[in-house]
Design a protein around this ligand. Structure first.
Ligand SMILES: [Zn+2]
Length: 276
């Protein structure tokens, strides 16, 4: 191909690309959220409650934008052996390979997606076994759930000590009143990772237009500080309804966020901790 043709095809490619992807007007974004003109704040994206089938949309966006993230996942979503057992219990004629069990096949897909997240270089931590309010549970049951999450998630966890984030912030927000929760995590050698900003994407009131992006950039630019921001990618049961809004729009929000933030890996915010 001669250079003229090469220029032509490159030009067409750019045209097609720019037609598909809306250009981001960083000056307008910075003005809208009163962000400083010449400073970017460090930010790390974290996603709770997955893995879900829609996590692939998040992974695609992160790969395209070269953004590192952390996924705090629920062990029950990849505990496929247990899911197959439940299928067999409900119908003893279920084939041993699980081919007739829809929940099992979905679990296998979630496992593949979680592996992909790990291969893509993202951090994976536990968000417990099944998203209970652990501070209200018996200590033995709580410990049992934390350990089960570690056992099931062992092939996926990316750090030593493994990362953990409590569901509902329960045990972290109320750590003075319920010190046994954080203590149990510490005794089990989990590193609890909290967040400094929330996208409030769990609230259905925010699931329209760019309200979730507004939440993030308003907090970053008014505080003049970044941090770890909480999003959700889990979508497949009652508790997670509506999170599809995040998985479908994150690709659009990342370039807009980049006008005011510098995406950093998790280590940037874990100074003082040795994670490998
Ligand atoms: Zn959660």
């Amino acid at each position: 191909m001669n250079t003229t043709w090469l220029k032509y095809f490159t030009g067409m490619g750019l045209l097609v690309f720019s037609g598909l992807v809306q250009a981001v007007d960083c000056n307008a974004i910075k003005a809208k959220y009163s962000c400083p003109a010449d400073t970017k704040f460090p930010l790390h994206l974290s996603f709770d409650d997955g893995p879900a089938l829609q996590t692939t949309d998040v992974l695609d966006a992160l790969r395209r934008e070269k953004v590192p993230a952390t996924f705090f996942v629920l062990a029950e979503k990849v505990d496929c052996g247990r899911i197959l057992q439940q299928c067999t219990k409900a119908d003893p004629a279920t084939a041993s390979d699980g081919s007739q069990c829809v929940e099992y096949r979905q679990c296998q897909l979630r496992s593949i997606i979680l592996n992909k997240a790990k291969q893509d270089g993202h951090m994976i931590g536990s968000h417990s076994y099944s998203h209970l309010r652990y501070s209200g549970l018996d200590l033995a049951l709580m410990t049992n759930h934390f350990q089960a999450s570690r056992r099931v998630l062992a092939p996926y966890l990316t750090t030593e000590p493994p990362l953990f984030r409590l569901p509902y912030g329960d045990g972290w927000f109320n750590r003075k009143e319920k010190p046994h929760v954080m203590q149990a995590l510490k005794d089990m050698n989990f590193l609890h990772v909290d967040w400094q900003l929330s996208a409030f994407d769990w609230d259905t009131k925010n699931q329209e237009g760019d309200k979730i992006l507004d939440n993030v950039l308003t907090q970053v630019c008014s505080r003049k500080n970044g941090g770890i921001v909480l999003f959700h990618d889990g979508v497949d049961n009652q508790m997670h309804q509506g999170r599809l809004f995040t998985t479908s729009n994150i690709a659009k929000w990342i370039p807009a966020m980049r006008c005011a933030v510098d995406f950093k890996p998790l280590d940037h915010f874990l100074k003082g901790y040795e994670v490998k």
